[in-house]
Design a binder for this molecule. Structure first.
Ligand SMILES: NC(=O)c1ccc[n+]([C@@H]2O[C@H](COP(=O)([O-])OP(=O)(O)OC[C@H]3O[C@@H](n4cnc5c(N)ncnc54)[C@H](O)[C@@H]3O)[C@@H](O)[C@H]2O)c1
Ligand SMILES: [Zn+2]
Ligand SMILES: [Zn+2]
Length: 407
């Protein structure tokens, strides 16, 4: 089959690889119909996540049609399914607590041992996301093997187009959990750093969960415009002093909750970020947590900090004393996707949630290398890319032509 593969920093190719096969009785094989590129894939593309090997198949936001089932899968051939990016057994201590991304069984011993050295405890597994998380092949390919297919996959009712449900695999539950982790109370003001797909879904979820006001921060006009269309007030961090603006907008006290939807590759001209960038380029640090530092300093005393943004290791100059003195509560983590999929699917079916507004491009698998480059270099015009194996090479569908004037 054809598959999108990682070969090193900024080197993504399309290779012909072996078709996946049923390995365990609970496996299923799906024929991919849609698979998205995520901000998390950028961290792999930029070479910041350890444990990738040349030839690894990328892709953790996947859906498709069931074409083969193992004897213990409860799926049926022909069903349309969305696959959570987290691979979870459903039976261990953590899965029973619905902490699916912490599953203790899905990451095989040889790779989970390495993750235990780095993280202190073994990590759960994920599709297409490096060998520390199991080294499972991703779904930016024609076919995908789905382990524990009786636990993760969400069967989609007939007649729903892929774009309406694909994001149940990751970014929709991630935005939801980010807002849930902010412990929003009615009337709260919530500030969200980053208006990529995760930030936009966090904004949407924050309003649904009772935020009175959401303030969104980024610098790309198109992404800020999407945030504004969802009802957020917006701040361009290149135009204003973000903390001063947030203080003024909140009667002098700061937002009740702050959500970091930027993660380890923060942009922006600031002294801490320049130092982080130099260190990251010299491989002396993995993190550039400028947005998170700003969020912690901006948050009101006694407020909440939610961090869906991905970080890879130890962070420098972390404002620990500030968190302590202000009495902040912090929650973060890889999303427990399976915990949220059914509820969010119901909300989509009831038209309470729209998931399509952020998709800017459809493209074929063959065009993935070019799409990765755009996703990295042209974030203003490329707000979410969905790869469709059924499209032919060169058949790129532009769903949104963005005006270039400032938001
Ligand atoms: N926790 C999880 O399970 C999970 C799941 C999916 C994605 N993620 C992570 O969430 C983060 C966002 O994902 P995405 O797909 O939206 O990525 P993205 O790259 O599309 O969006 C990130 C946005 O942050 C903005 N940004 C950069 N520096 C900023 C700053 N200093 N202040 C404000 N905004 C800034 C960028 O301009 C960009 O629009 C990534 O770190 C990703 O890995 C986590
Ligand atoms: Zn993702
Ligand atoms: Zn488990």
């Amino acid at each position: 089959m054809r598959a999108v593969t990682w070969h090193g920093r900024h080197d993504v190719r399309v290779d012909t690889v072996a078709d996946p096969e049923i390995v365990n009785p609970r496996d299923a094989i799906i024929k991919i119909t849609s698979t998205a590129i995520c901000g998390s894939d950028l961290h792999l593309y930029d070479g910041y996540i350890p444990g990738m090997r040349a030839g690894d198949i990328l892709g953790h936001e996947n859906m498709g049609e069931v074409v083969e089932v193992g004897p213990k899968s409860n799926l049926k051939k022909g069903q349309k399914v969305v696959i959570p990016f987290t691979i979870s057994c459903g039976d261990c201590f953590f899965c029973k607590k619905q902490q699916y991304s912490a599953c203790d069984n899905s990451n095989p011993a040889e790779t989970s041992d390495a993750s235990e050295i780095l993280m202190g405890r073994p990590m759960g597994a994920a599709f297409g996301y490096a060998h520390l998380t199991g080294g499972y092949a991703g779904g930016q390919a024609e076919y995908l093997r789905v382990p524990y297919s009786d636990v993760g996959p969400l069967v989609i009712p007939d007649g729903l187009e892929d774009d309406k449900v694909l994001f149940l695999s990751d970014i929709l539950p991630t935005g939801w959990m980010a807002a849930e982790n902010a412990d929003i109370e009615d009337g709260d003001t919530v500030a969200v750093w980053g208006c990529g797909p995760v930030g936009l879904f966090a904004i949407q979820s924050a309003f649904i969960l009772g935020a009175h006001r959401v303030i969104a921060i980024d610098h790309y006009p198109t992404r800020l415009t999407l945030a504004k269309q969802m009802g957020a007030d917006i701040l361009d961090y290149n135009e204003v002093d973000v903390r001063a603006a947030l203080t003024e907008m909140t009667g002098g006290i700061g937002p009740d909750a702050v959500i970091d939807c930027v993660g380890m590759e923060s942009h922006g001209i600031a002294i801490d970020n320049i130092m982080d960038t130099v260190k990251a380029h010299a491989f002396l640090a993995t993190e550039r947590p400028h947005a998170l530092r700003q969020a912690i300093l901006a948050c009101r005393k006694g407020g909440r900090v939610s961090i869906p943004g991905v970080y890879g290791g130890f962070a420098d100059k972390f404002p620990l004393g500030q968190m302590m003195e202000k009495g902040l509560t912090v929650k973060q983590g890889q999303t427990h996707v399976q915990k949220y999929t059914k509820k969010l699917l119901d909300m989509i079916l009831e038209n309470e949630l729209d998931t399509t507004f952020l998709i800017s491009h459809h493209a074929s698998l063959e065009d993935a290398p070019e799409m990765y480059k755009h996703w990295h270099d042209d974030q203003n015009e490329y707000t979410k890319i969905v790869l469709k194996p059924a499209l032919a090479k060169g058949e790129v569908e532009t769903l949104k032509e963005f005006a270039h004037e400032p938001a």
